[in-house]
Design a protein around this ligand. Structure first.
Ligand code: AMP
Ligand code: MG
Length: 402
């Protein structure tokens, strides 16, 4: 018999055991830092921008010189020069003067705003007519307006996205300190499992979990090695687990985690280390186990791919986040459920859903076929003490990342 606990209790045990584990730091070039987690706060060391800069093509002026001008009574200013892109502008303006400035060039000393070109007209003799006033500070960005040295730009624990990479480039950074990616070993077990690409005799089934869990690992910022498909016997599973502990920070096995005579994983984990959790009050995913071998976390996920997916998402993903010194957000939406969903087995239930016409449409997946999950938008959770869902009831849907 499985000694059943809830998902929340299992998450708590995992946190207590491994919550302090942090991956070491490493420095990587900015170009390959996407998706990596910052090991330190990232502070600016430069001004952005580094000089007072125009945001339009136009004339840099003193706002007081164009105050109250209009189409019928333009302000007339004398152009005393032109700012050049990429060059320091040594020009200075006094009252009644202006300087032409292209977008992004440095504005001259003395100017406090820029009049867009379309609101001006050169009168031919060096005089510029201005037809629309602007207030001080308009159409320019001052040195350090974006960022000043010492500003916190990105905090430790930040998982870098595309815009973050841009921000770091703006600050002149070429390398970043990040946490090393946890190395995950993925092992499939089962006499009936055949690798994709091999012939499929009757009675055998394709290895879904290997590819899926390797992809899962990368999605969390870990890296993964697939160790192989191991038959349902103690010696083979023991050897595979022992070997995989070298060079990996955590191990995911799938299949053979229940209490059948052929189910080797619980016994092997108990023998080599500590079997901490065996059996969860969850559907799908009951025959899930978790333990520690040689100080490393080892998960035995159910063979059923849908169950394996949910258990990886609920148990392994938060652990990877904590090893990286971050935590992953979830996007959730609240929607009415499209039909009644019975659920009275005393287990927390995870149900994949498709979002259609503003409703959460539950997708039944009796067979554990991964394709039922593949076309869904997210999932909902029915608490263990709740007797199903009533059509129209609001439910919280956790969205899958795309
Ligand atoms: P088990 O957890 O070993 O009892 O397996 C539960 C169900 O999942 C069985 O129908 C297995 O054939 C299937 N299964 C086990 N491992 C895999 C795998 N790697 N890929 C796809 N299905 C699997
Ligand atoms: Mg099996």
């Amino acid at each position: 018999m499985l000694n059943v606990i809830t998902i929340a209790e299992a998450q708590q045990l995992i946190t207590e055991k491994f919550g302090q584990m942090r991956m070491p730091e490493e420095q990587v070039p900015l170009e390959v830092a996407l998706g990596r987690v910052l090991a330190h706060d990232c502070l600016a060391t430069e001004f952005v921008p580094n000089f007072n800069r125009s945001t339009v093509d136009g004339y840099a002026v003193r706002a007081q010189d164009v105050f109250g001008c209009s189409d019928s009574i333009p302000a007339l200013l004398m152009q005393v020069g032109e700012a050049k892109m990429g060059e320091h502008t040594a020009l200075k303006i006094n009252s009644g003067e202006c300087v032409y400035v292209p977008t992004g060039a440095e504005i001259p000393t003395g100017a406090d705003c820029v009049i867009p070109l379309e609101d001006t007209e050169p009168l031919g003799d060096g005089t510029i007519a201005v037809y629309k006033p602007v207030s001080p500070g308009t159409n320019l960005i001052f040195r350090g307006d974006d960022v000043k040295p010492g500003d916190l730009v990105l905090p430790a624990g930040r998982r870098l996205n595309v815009a973050d990479i841009g921000a770091l480039a703006a600050l002149g950074q070429t390398n970043v300190w990040v946490r090393q990616a946890p190395r995950m070993a993925v092992i499939s077990t089962g006499d009936e499992i055949v690798a994709p690409g091999e012939p499929l005799p009757v009675g055998k089934i394709r290895d879904v979990n290997a590819a899926m869990l390797v992809a899962f690992a990368y999605s969390t910022g870990a890296v993964a090695d697939f160790i192989g498909i191991i038959p349902d016997n103690l010696e083979a599973v023991r050897a595979a687990l022992q070997d995989s502990l070298f060079g990996h920070d955590l191990v995911l096995l799938t299949g053979g985690t229940s209490v059948g005579v052929k189910d080797a994983v619980p016994q092997v984990v108990a023998e080599l280390g500590e079997l901490m959790v065996h059996g969860l009050a969850v559907k799908p995913g009951k025959p899930t186990l978790f333990g520690e071998v040689q100080g490393k976390p080892v998960f035995g996920l159910p063979g059923n791919p849908v169950a394996a997916y949910f258990m990886a998402y609920l148990l392994v993903r938060p652990l990877v986040a904590s090893m990286l010194g971050t935590h992953f957000g979830e996007r959730k939406v609240s929607l009415p459920v499209a039909r009644n969903v019975p659920s009275n087995h005393g287990r927390e239930e995870y149900v994949p859903v498709v979002i259609r016409e503003g409703k959460a449409q539950p997708i039944a997946s009796k067979s554990g076929l991964i394709t039922t999950l593949a076309n869904t938008d997210g999932f909902l959770c029915i608490p263990r003490d709740k007797e199903g869902l009533r059509q129209g009831e609001l439910v919280e849907v956790t969205l899958f990342e795309r």
